[in-house]
Design a protein around this ligand. Structure first.
Ligand code: ARG
Length: 437
């Protein structure tokens, strides 16, 4: 393809993408993901996705290719393998989640995984995305144990051919198979293979594509983001998170512990992948190791300075110089210094006076993390927001209630007494505006 038509396609795609997000945020992510510092993404595709949702998978990956991004794809195939073994009347069993692999099972696995690999490569190529299949040459392995048979334990990930493929403009497609020193092909659990691959590549994003498309809370609604530093313990102890998801979360934590803090995991559906990657709000569940959050008194000059800079950048306005003069505030600040909250203690109920996340950090779940921390500290709180502020959707999902009053929407949590609430609303409405544009 010529340089000019390439740019044309890229422009067209950005236009298409703006249907799901703003041009500014889309360009931000394209730049972030194209940076040479960190490899873009490893995408794990479950076997069920290949069977049930192949068209959406292919179009989403072709789409990435067209904006110049080359993810590394690793696929599973467990369900297909079980089906094929049943059809061939070959018995199989599992020990600790690992399929016991006799020679016969292994031979079927080679065929089933090989077919999935070839199918993905062929479909991508047909759609103009160059793809290169790797069947067993990536994972140098040893047989794990006598009783598991042809199950590989990975000793070394051969990343050279992967890097070369990417450099030459190909999308690598990898099967969960390995090879021993004596050239025997072995079966590898696809999640284990993914972890080993990710540890070697250290990508910016690890994406799990599944038909479920995320982690759900006790009301069956999708959890948009999880900050492991703050929420992991709580979620692992929660009785509503079912055991399959707990195991998944545990694996994801182990995975993220191997990666730089800038890396994150996303779980989403194939069709929603562009939205997850190129917008702040995403489409599935985003999981990050997260940032620490500290609480300070507002007297500290250094903290005041940091607070001003976050709020002014987030609102794109000027915060009144005397903001801290007339009152007592608690300041929440993330250790990365990219999100902050000020809670005013001047009224009988704590009032959230400012909440800001700098533009570059939007979409990382850091706003929701700091908000949760504030909520823990102040279960009774109220705040206001301009009625046209896009953040109100988030506020609405957090608040117990809200009231529209002309220019301002007033939100609250944990305030149950009606007359007290009324006083709070009046207080919020009558407050002077402290940001100017
Ligand atoms: N586009 C960003 C990313 O992929 C943010 C995604 C946010 N997703 C979410 N489910 N909250 O890193």
């Amino acid at each position: 393809m010529t340089q000019a038509s390439n740019i044309f396609i890229k422009d067209t795609i950005i236009k298409l993408l703006t249907a799901i997000g703003s041009e500014k945020e889309i360009k931000k992510y394209i730049n972030k993901f194209s940076s040479t510092e960190q490899q873009f993404a490893v995408i794990k595709v479950g076997g069920a996705v290949v069977e049930e949702d192949l068209d959406n998978l292919i179009s989403s990956v072709v789409f990435l290719n067209q904006v110049g991004l080359r993810p590394i794809i690793i696929h599973g195939g467990g369900p297909g393998l079980s089906k094929e073994l049943d059809a061939k009347k070959i018995d199989f069993s599992f020990i600790d989640g690992q399929r016991v692999t006799s020679e016969a099972v292994r031979d079927v696995a080679i065929n089933v995984f090989g077919d999935i690999n070839s199918l993905l490569v062929r479909r991508l190529n047909e759609q103009g995305a160059l793809a290169m299949g790797f069947k067993e040459e990536i994972f140098k392995s040893e047989k794990k144990s006598e009783e598991l048979g042809y199950v590989g334990e990975i000793k070394k990930v051969n990343i050279k051919p992967i890097n070369e493929a990417i450099k030459d403009g190909f999308i690598p497609v990898i099967s969960p198979l390995g090879i021993t020193e004596t050239n025997e092909v072995v079966n590898i659990n696809a999640d284990v293979a993914t972890i080993n691959l990710v540890e070697e590549i250290k990508p910016y994003k690890v994406v799990f594509l599944s038909q479920v498309g995320g982690i759900y809370d006790n009301n069956e609604s999708l959890i948009q983001s999880i900050n492991l530093d703050l929420e992991y313990e709580e979620m692992m102890n929660a009785d509503w998170l079912h055991s399959g998801m707990q195991l998944k979360l545990k694996q994801i934590k182990e995975l993220l512990d191997l990666l730089p803090r800038s890396s994150s995991v996303s779980i989403t559906k194939p069709i929603d992948l562009p939205k997850e990657l190129f917008t702040d709000s995403g489409s599935g569940t985003l999981i990050k190791r997260g940032h620490g959050i500290d609480i300070f008194e507002s007297k500290d000059q250094d903290i005041q300075k940091k607070f001003f800079s976050i709020i002014e950048s987030s609102f794109n306005g000027i915060l009144n110089k005397s903001f801290f003069n007339d009152g007592d505030y608690k300041i929440f600040l993330t250790t990365c210094e990219r999100a902050a909250i000020a809670v005013s203690m001047e009224y009988k109920v704590p009032y959230m006076d400012k909440f800001g996340v700098i533009a570059e950090a939007k979409g990382e779940g850091i706003g929701s993390a700091i908000f949760h921390e504030m909520k823990k500290e102040f279960p009774e709180i109220f705040w206001r927001s301009k009625s046209n502020n896009p953040i109100n959707k988030f506020y609405l999902s957090m608040a117990d209630g809200y009231q529209k009053t002309g220019e301002w929407d007033i939100f609250w949590m944990g305030i149950n007494d009606y007359s007290k609430l009324n006083e709070c609303i009046n207080f919020a409405v009558s407050k002077q505006q402290t940001i100017s544009y």
